[in-house]
Design a protein around this ligand. Structure first.
Ligand code: SF4
Ligand code: SF4
Length: 67
């Protein structure tokens, strides 16, 4: 049985790489993608430790690019 309690999706094409969501996450789920940029040339974040997500929505509250 899966222990995953939540999951996020990052709209990478709209992410600005500001990392507000990284700071807001209490479980250290989100990280800046290494050496990658989106179609606008911005670095973007990804759910690097997705299995730790508890679905608290703190990341979504600071940015609408994460749901
Ligand atoms: S998803 Fe939003 S809060 Fe997170 S780095 Fe991108 S723009 Fe910033
Ligand atoms: S929902 Fe909560 S635990 Fe999951 S990535 Fe967002 S801030 Fe972190």
């Amino acid at each position: 049985m899966s222990k995953m309690k939540g999951a996020i999706v990052v709209n990478t094409d709209r992410c600005k790489g500001c990392q507000l969501c990284v700071v807001a996450c209490p479980k250290d789920v989100i990280a800046l993608a290494q050496k990658k940029v989106n179609i606008h040339g911005y670095p973007y974040v990804e759910p690097a430790r997705a299995e730790l997500c508890i679905g608290c929505t703190a990341c979504a509250m600071v940015c609408r690019m994460v749901v």
